[in-house]
Design a protein around this ligand. Structure first.
Ligand SMILES: [Zn+2]
Length: 257
């Protein structure tokens, strides 16, 4: 059994083919997936998808890339996260690739997400791009280790990985780990303790080899797990079992039905 810890099923590429997407999951033994919220405007869509399907969970948050959207208050995030299908707070974090001026509002927004996660006891789903130092600093300042979470689509080096692991966070690997030139990601996927490893697709983006460049879907998380098994000289079953157990250990509100 596999779990896709991070996908965007409300995005049109996937939302328009949901029955097919679920069918392909089943064929590939991907039993669960988390539909990740990226803004409040679309959250009801994310939640509806999860409500209609026992195999799907949801998260609530506002992605750091988004500027012209409703700014969430901590209270608002806590209230929305009270829904039993919502198992995490995020996607949140810092993105200095799209916002090279490193704006203060991103750190403010991130701090509110950490505050909300601590209040409702639901872990964080963290996005970091060109911002690893500040991510770790804000995580420490806000005591994010009290609630924990996952560094999603992890692409940083081992030194950053080690610091996130020290804060009790999990590392989730996407299709990038299957890319030939992703040397650093492969190295970190090899070194990450087996009990802190998660897998994801981040679909519809980042399709793994052999689908690279094509639309991604949760079923393809299988290829991510296969590559990590190969890198660590372990069986596919070992990686599938470990990442599934880790998922349910971290996301205590996800019911394994
Ligand atoms: Zn995402």
């Amino acid at each position: 059994m596999l779990v896709d810890s991070h996908c965007h099923l409300d995005f049109p590429d996937l939302a328009n083919h949901l029955p097919d997407v679920l069918q392909r999951m089943q064929e590939n033994k991907v039993e669960f997936a988390v539909c990740i919220g990226v803004n409040l405007e679309d959250f009801s869509k994310v939640l509806a998808i999860a409500e209609n399907e026992p195999r799907l969970f949801a998260s609530v948050g506002v992605h750091p890339e988004y500027t012209d959207v409703e700014e969430p208050s901590e209270d608002q995030l806590v209230a929305l996260a009270a829904h039993p299908k919502v198992i995490a707070i995020g996607e949140t974090g810092l993105d200095y690739y799209w916002h090279k001026d490193k704006p203060e509002w991103q750190r403010e927004r991130f701090r509110r997400h950490i505050g909300a996660a601590k209040r409702c006891g639901k872990p964080l789903v963290i996005h970091t791009r060109d911002s690893a130092e500040d991510i770790l600093r804000v995580m420490r300042e806000e005591g994010a280790d009290a609630v924990g979470g996952v560094m999603h689509c992890f692409t940083e080096n081992w030194e950053i990985a080690r610091q996130a692991l020290d804060l009790g966070f999990y590392l989730s690997f996407s299709g990038i780990v299957t890319f030939k030139n992703a040397t650093i990601v492969k190295e970190v996927a090899q070194k990450c303790p087996l009990d802190r490893l998660l897998v994801e697709t981040d679909s519809p983006y980042l399709a793994p080899v052999p689908y690279r460049g094509k639309p991604n879907q949760p079923a393809y998380v299988r290829h991510v797990a296969e590559e990590i098994a190969r890198l660590r000289s372990l069986s596919f079953e070992t990686i599938a079992e470990a990442t599934t157990d880790n998922f349910f250990t971290l996301f205590q509100h996800a019911r394994r039905t």
